[in-house]
Design a protein. Structure first.
Ligand code: AMP
Ligand code: ZN
Length: 496
């Protein structure tokens, strides 16, 4: 039996202690974006952290069903049970259909995920696609006496729930403190208790996103969608649920209460929360005006940025810290990350070219072999220790030292032996590309390269080095490029 504490701890000692409910299958649910605006870099950090977890579990041989939702209704501007729907508000301001807003920002979100090489989830369900299921869950809670209807809205009865269960066990909050801390907001007078939260809200005049329900026209509370979609696709109890730390309360606390209240089962075995990306120590957030968009980062076009930074530089920068620590954005740290990233990528290109060679009289060195074994084991220890990418990267630099030594001839392939040589190369490539998801970014485009080559061509022609001129022509032709040697300039065209 799992102890309660372990259930609500993050996932430590992954390889040794992680117990999937139905091995080798793992169900993982991550709260996705609310699609009413562009994702900022803080959001990216959270989705990147779960991308690493997804990739590493797959690397370990688990078959992961990764569900990451799209919140397209029910997230109110106040984050409590008050205010306007974030998407509805944007639609009203821009005079668009809410689903146009949803489509626009979902597309934008997916594009950013691709730019950072964050893998697509297995299922990407949306809240508006699951209204019926949400209504069913509310009905169950009403049946179980844990919810009440008032004036066309339905609220979860936290006090009632607390008679048998423990509201606050995830976030460590105590219900009396919660009640004392609540501000008076609209709708509070409908609630029996200030800590109660909305399952269904009656649509007031002018509210755009609304559906019929047994309680009249309205819309679901924000916490409901995740309870419904996680259990629909992963079962009443599933392995991993994640999101940013700011979602621990009230969002995830409410999710637990809804699931336990409806199904009688704890929905989640392991909760994982990522810490915040900060700017000068403050959470990066749109409302604080200290956030920047990925596009601003790639162009360097923002007052906080000294220069542009590429997606993989940013990816590397984020992986240099553990997901549960805060990470402060700084230009210096990003510049250092750019160097670190390039070192690893140079290592990859060495790996692509490096061939195993050994002279006949060479015998492998046990010391060298055990050093390689140790570094490889350290890479796994680091990832197994709650996905510690920071320590993993440090170990990859140790592997890289060995690779560089072979490349420069200080260490010979024969000193490692074929098996260890292969292990070294494969482990390095696998960790950099598949587990950390770092792609090689081409620093210059094709045209810039061609331009340089055509300058060399022109120079050779001026110096009457016709052999060289012919060779460049021939070799480019073989690649489908024709040199256009015109009177006053040299250009190129695709071979027709
Ligand atoms: P939202 O679309 O605002 O609900 O956020 C999507 C995800 O990004 C949630 O899991 C948030 O917790 C997370 N998030 C928001 N701001 C930050 C930040 N500054 N650093 C890390 N994660 C964040
Ligand atoms: Zn959620």
């Amino acid at each position: 039996m799992q102890s309660r504490l372990k259930i609500y701890n993050s996932l430590s000692k992954v390889k040794e202690n992680f117990e999937a409910i139905n091995p080798p299958h793992v169900g993982m649910y991550v709260c996705g974006p609310t699609v009413y605006s562009d994702v900022h870099l803080g959001n990216v950090r959270t989705f990147l952290s779960f991308d690493i977890i997804y990739r590493y579990l797959m690397h370990l041989g688990f078959k992961v069903r990764y569900v990451r939702n799209i919140t397209d209704v029910g997230h109110l501007t106040d984050d409590s049970d008050d205010g306007e729907d974030k998407i509805g508000k944007k639609a009203r301001l821009e005079n668009l259909e809410p689903m146009e807003i949803v489509q626009k920002y979902t597309n934008g979100f997916r594009k950013v995920m691709q730019q950072f090489n964050i893998l697509e989830p297995s299922i990407e369900p949306s809240a508006t696609g699951h209204i019926l299921e949400q209504i069913s869950l509310i009905e169950k809670l009403l049946e179980n006496g844990l919810a009440y209807e008032t004036g066309g809205s339905v609220y979860f009865d936290v006090n009632k729930y607390n008679e048998k269960h423990n509201y606050g066990k995830l976030s460590g909050r105590i219900i009396e403190d919660l009640i004392a801390g609540f501000r008076d907001l609209d709708g509070q007078d409908e609630k029996r208790n200030k800590a109660d939260f909305a399952l269904w809200k009656k649509a007031v005049k002018g509210h755009i996103m609304k559906w019929p329900s047994p309680w009249g026209i309205g819309f679901p509370g924000w916490h409901l969608e995740c309870s419904v979609m996680s259990t629909k696709y992963l079962g009443d109890t599933f392995d991993i649920h994640g999101g940013g730390m700011d979602l621990k309360f009230p969002h995830h606390e409410c999710e637990i209460a809804q699931c336990v209240g409806a199904n009688g089962k704890d929905p989640v075995k392991y909760w994982i929360h990522t810490n915040m990306l900060t700017v000068n120590g403050q959470k990066m957030s749109k409302s604080l005006n200290n956030s920047f968009l990925p596009e601003e980062l790639f162009s360097g076009n923002h007052s906080l940025l000294d220069q542009p930074y590429s997606p993989m530089t940013v990816r590397f920068f984020m992986l240099q810290s553990h997901y549960s620590s805060t990470l402060d954005f700084s230009n210096d740290a990003l510049k250092a990350a750019a160097k670190g990233y390039k070192k690893l990528i140079n290592g990859l290109s060495i790996c692509h070219d490096l061939k195993y060679t050994s002279s006949e009289d060479e015998t492998p060195s046990e010391q060298q072999q055990s050093q390689v074994d140790q570094i490889i084991a350290n890479c796994y220890h680091a990832m197994n220790d709650d996905f510690n990418t920071a320590r993993t990267i440090a170990q990859l630099f140790n592997l890289l030292k060995k690779i560089n030594s072979i490349s420069t001839g200080q260490l010979s392939g024969g000193q490692l032996g074929k098996e260890h040589f292969d292990k070294l190369i494969i482990t390095f490539k696998t960790f950099v590309q598949d587990i950390l998801g770092l792609l090689e970014e081409k620093p210059v485009d094709f045209e810039s390269f061609l331009h340089i080559l055509l300058e060399v061509y022109a120079e050779a022609k001026n110096n009457r080095q016709y052999d060289k001129v012919d060779e460049i022509r021939t070799r480019l032709k073989a690649l489908g490029i024709v040199v256009k040697d015109m009177k006053d300039k040299i250009g190129w065209a695709y071979e027709e």
